[in-house]
Structure formats: C-alpha cells, structure tokens
Design a protein around this ligand. Sequence first.
Ligand SMILES: Nc1ncnc2c1ncn2[C@@H]1O[C@H](COP(=O)(O)OP(=O)(O)OP(=O)(O)O)[C@@H](O)[C@H]1O
Ligand SMILES: [Mg+2]
Length: 361
Amino acid sequence: MKIKKLFLQNFRNYESEKFEFSEGLNVLFGKNGQGKTNCAEAVFYLYTGTSLRIRHDKQLIRMGAESAKIIAEAENRYGNVTIEADIYENKREIRVNGSKISKNADLMGHINSVFFSPGELRLIQDGPDERRRFMNISISQTSPAYYTALLRYNKILDQRNTLLKNRDISMVLDTLPVWDEQLCKYAAVIVKKRAEFVEKLAPCAKEYHAFLTDGGEELVIKPERKYEGTEEEISKNLLRRLENNYEKDLRLGFTTVGPHRDDLDVLIGGADAKSYASQGQMRTAALALKLSEVQIFKTLSGENPILVLDDVMSELDLPRRKKLLKCIADVQTVLTCTHAERVLYGAECNKIRIENGRIKG
Ligand SMILES: Nc1ncnc2c1ncn2[C@@H]1O[C@H](COP(=O)(O)OP(=O)(O)OP(=O)(O)O)[C@@H](O)[C@H]1O
Ligand SMILES: [Mg+2]
C-alpha cells in the first residue's frame, strides 16, 4: 500500500497544494503552525472518513472558503485507487475511483494507514474509551464485518439505554429480551474479533517494546475480560449476564455489561501502565502498539499500511529515534518534524518543507 499523491484545496491552511510522496520515508518539516499536522490529518480523513482533532468537518474548511477538497492517488494490492473528499459545512461527499460512497464502512480498506501523534499517549494513560477506540479503528480497517457489527451494536445499545430510563417497568422488562438478543449477536462478533486482534497484538507489541527499550522492561497487553467459546456461546453467555444485571441497569439507567465496557490491561514491568508508568514509558508503549498495528495489517492484508508519524521524534531520546527508523525501514512513512536533520541521521528520504500552507522547494 502506498500513497503517491495528495492534493489539498482549501483544506485547513492549504489553499491549493500537491504533495508527491516517495515509497520510503517522507519527511514534512517546517516551523510550528505551518501545516504539517494538517497534511497528516488529511491522510487520516481519507482512511477513516473522520477527522483527527475535531467533531465537525466545518473546521477542516479553510477560513473564508465554502468547501474543502482532498484527493489522494494511492496504490493497493488490487491496483490504483483514487479517493476524493469534498467537505462542506454540513455535508460531505467521498468518492472512491469516481463512485460515491454512502457510508464510512465502504471507505475502510481502500487506504490502510496507522497514525501516531503525541496525543496517542492517551492510549495508555486515559480511560478504557481510548483503548476501545484504538481497537475499533484498527480492526475496522481490515474487517468491514466488525465495523458494521459495531455500528449496529451501538445503535441498539442507545435504544436499550433509552428504554432503561422508561418508568413503565413491566413494559421495559417485556421489551428488553427483544433488544438483548440482537445486541448479543453483534456483541459476539465484536468480542471475537477483538480477541483475535489482541492475540496478534500482544506478542508483537512485547517484541517491539523490548527492541525499543533494549529489553529493559516487559510490556504485557491482555484483555481485561476473557470470553470463552464460539460466537454463539459468547452471545449466550452475554445474554445471561445482561439478564443478571437487569436490576442494576434499571437502577442506573444504562447498560453495564458488554463490549462497550471492556478494556485492555497494559502492564509495563508488571505494573499497570496508566497508574505507574512515566511519560517516556507510556510513549514507548504506545509506539510499540502502533508499530504492532502496522505488522498486523501486513499479516492480514499482505501489504504494509501507510504509517503517519506526527511529531513523534521530538519526544523520543536519541537511541529510540534511531531504533524507530530501523523499525519503519520498509514501510512507507509520512513523518512530520520541525528539524529534519535532527531526526534523520542521514537516512534517505523525501524531504518536503512546509511554510504557511505551502511547499517550499
Ligand atoms: N480551517 C482553517 N483555515 C485556515 N487555517 C487553519 C484552519 N485550521 C487550522 N489552520 C491553521 O493551521 C495552522 C496549524 O497547522 P498545523 O497544526 O498543521 O501546524 P504544524 O505545522 O503541525 O505545527 P507544529 O509544529 O506546531 O505541530 C495554524 O496556523 C492554524 O491557524
Ligand atoms: Mg503539528
């Protein structure tokens, strides 16, 4: 998988600019606030259909303009693919090879990418939401079935939570089993896929972490809750758990069990990372997770995803920077930094200098 060209028009601080990327390392460099992250964000938008930093597409449109446009020419194992996004204040249109797509699920998989920015520390230090988000984005890219199950699960969950707030208890108790059967069907798909993902992720992350830290401390990733058996068995078990929690759910007014509450345990040197790890340790663990994501994509799809590393180097010490460059040697990478020479150590790369939303030759 590689991205060859990226065209931005009225996107963030870009008026009109065309990027040409090479196969290996591409380095976007320049002073603060010039548009490096904005360019990385455009790539993120094209593979997830969502924005990195904000909830409303409106902010992606250059101030004073009416709409923004992103066009990427990429190549995946099936051939060339062009993805175009037209973003308006209240709507957007995305086309893949000229055909309009109606939902994000149809966007997944055309461009696979792994994104890493300093904010990714949240993956380790924040609550379970961030780790579920990581799994959801990552698994969805290689499994449209997962993405669809997730959307349906969330929709039924919303309806179930609304129902739980209803005062007509006998009506609620009559209706719950109907929702729950559906809910458990999709939950089982989610749980199973997550388990498969973590099974691949854990050993890989442990290995990258050992490499980055010279084997200093062991990184252990494991699901907080284990589900045993086939999808059908998982579904049945979950149904039982939901039934056992009717009273509690009714009292609290929301659903207290299910994959929307599950978490991953992250341990560094045997201690819970979010409570005990230093900033540097968290950063390295997050990086190990992201590099593993690259590896998992490669195993599942037979090709490397595009790796976007936003402002990562400044946060790593010298040995780790060098090691990171080694890890990504055969992956097409878009890396942003303020000073190219301070992070590259002579590595061969395509250097692109950004100044005020423009490429400076
Ligand atoms: N919708 C928009 N219209 C115009 N300019 C915008 C818009 N959104 C963001 N910007 C501008 O983009 C710039 C920030 O760009 P970006 O975050 O890419 O910087 P950067 O080069 O990554 O900087 P740093 O090195 O600090 O991370 C800011 O100057 C901001 O005002
Ligand atoms: Mg930036």
